[in-house]
Every structure is written in structure tokens, then in C-alpha cells.
Design a protein around this ligand. Structure first.
Ligand code: IMP
Ligand code: MG
Length: 182
């Protein structure tokens, strides 16, 4: 059982989405995506760091042939920079992506800035199709014209930690999702 409240660094958080609700939703998503991509051998691309817990749980129960790759971006959050996010780590080759159905795995889409830049980059690798699966989406904060094909949970504009997501690098190991306690 997850505690009702936790502290991460100097902030207090309250339980928001339980580990069992997350697991149930991931099962549904795996079935939905599996039925569509059954014979297509999709390439999942997990965006580090935040999505690694979600990506692992989703990948373990996805029941059809598939591959996974990882990318990591330097984020410019909280700055005025309008630079494209810088790719820090990538195992991607055009030969892995070209003519393949690609599904990006994200932990959370906030403004959509990172994802928009990444999708632009990926399209230069000529995937057969490109879809997005994000465990969480904050629709009120989305500032880009982005289609999130598969969303685990739509949440309001709140700061969350746990299940891979962090506050100042901490909280990723918490098995449920918590929101900032006001
Ligand atoms: P975006 O570029 O504004 O969409 O932000 C995307 C990234 O910021 C996500 O993939 C997360 O890594 C991080 N992020 C956004 N909102 C939260 C949050 O509420 N908690 C923890 N990380 C977040
Ligand atoms: Mg992320």
C-alpha cells in the first residue's frame, strides 16, 4: 500500500494514481496498441529519463514482436531558450526506423516542446508511421499542435512525481504517482 502523503526534498505530495490503477491502464493500452500493431513489428522509442519505468512495464506485457530504443534530451525547462532540445544520447539509426512503424513512449507531455522537436527529428528518418503513447498528458498546458495517439491519463495542471517522474532528480523510484500537495 502506498502512503497517502510523502515528502520529496522540500515538497509534500499526495497520492494521485495508485500503482494498481497504473498497471490496469497499462494493460488496456497494451491490448489496444497490440491489436493494432500485432503483425507490424513496431519500434518503441522511450524518452529518458522519465519514461524508463513506464516503458519497462509496458514493454514487458506487450505481447507481440517489437523492438525498443532509447533517446535522451537535454531539457531547457525554466529558461527562455528557444533552442531545439539537444539530443544527449541516441541509439537510433535511420536503418532501424526507415519504413518501420514507430511509437514514442513518454512519461508525461506538458507543453509538448520536447516531443514536437523529437517528432520533427524522427520524421527525417522516414518511419512508415509515427505515433505517441504518453502515460500522462496535461491538456491545459499543451502549447503545440500535437496529437497524442494514446494517453494513459489526462491530468490537470499539477506537478507530479513517482513512477519514473522526478522533482530535482528525486522521487523516480516511488511506485505510484503523487501530485504536489497545496
Ligand atoms: P514538455 O517539453 O514541456 O512537454 O515537458 C516534457 C518533460 O518535462 C516530460 O517528459 C517530463 O520529463 C518533464 N515534466 C513535465 N511535467 C512534469 C511533472 O509534472 N513532473 C515531473 N516531470 C515533468
Ligand atoms: Mg520525459
Amino acid at each position: 500500500m502506498s502512503p497517502a502523503q510523502i515528502d520529496v526534498e522540500d515538497l509534500r505530495f499526495e497520492l494521485y494514481i495508485s500503482a494498481s490503477d497504473i498497471a490496469r491502464r497499462i494493460n488496456e493500452l497494451s491490448e489496444e496498441i497490440g491489436s493494432k500493431y500485432k503483425n507490424k513489428k513496431p519500434v518503441f522509442i522511450a524518452v529518458l529519463n522519465g519514461s524508463f519505468v513506464f516503458a519497462a512495464d509496458f514493454f514487458k506485457i506487450y505481447p507481440h514482436p517489437c523492438q525498443i530504443e532509447f533517446v535522451k534530451f537535454k531539457s531547457y525547462h525554466g529558461t527562455e531558450s528557444n533552442q531545439a532540445p539537444e539530443l544527449l544520447l541516441s541509439g537510433l539509426n535511420e536503418s532501424d526506423i526507415a519504413e518501420r512503424p514507430v511509437i514514442i513512449l513518454e512519461d508525461i507531455v506538458d507543453t509538448g516542446y520536447t516531443l514536437t522537436a523529437f517528432m520533427r527529428l524522427l520524421s527525417t528518418y522516414h518511419p512508415e508511421s509515427l505515433a505517441v503513447l504518453s502515460l500522462l498528458v496535461k491538456p491545459e498546458k499543451l502549447r503545440f499542435d500535437l496529437k497524442i495517439d494514446y494517453a494513459g491519463f489526462n491530468i490537470s495542471n499539477e506537478f507530479v512525481v513517482g513512477y519514473g517522474m522526478d522533482y530535482n532528480g528525486y522521487g523516480r523510484n516511488i511506485p505510484a504517482i503523487y501530485r504536489k500537495y497545496e
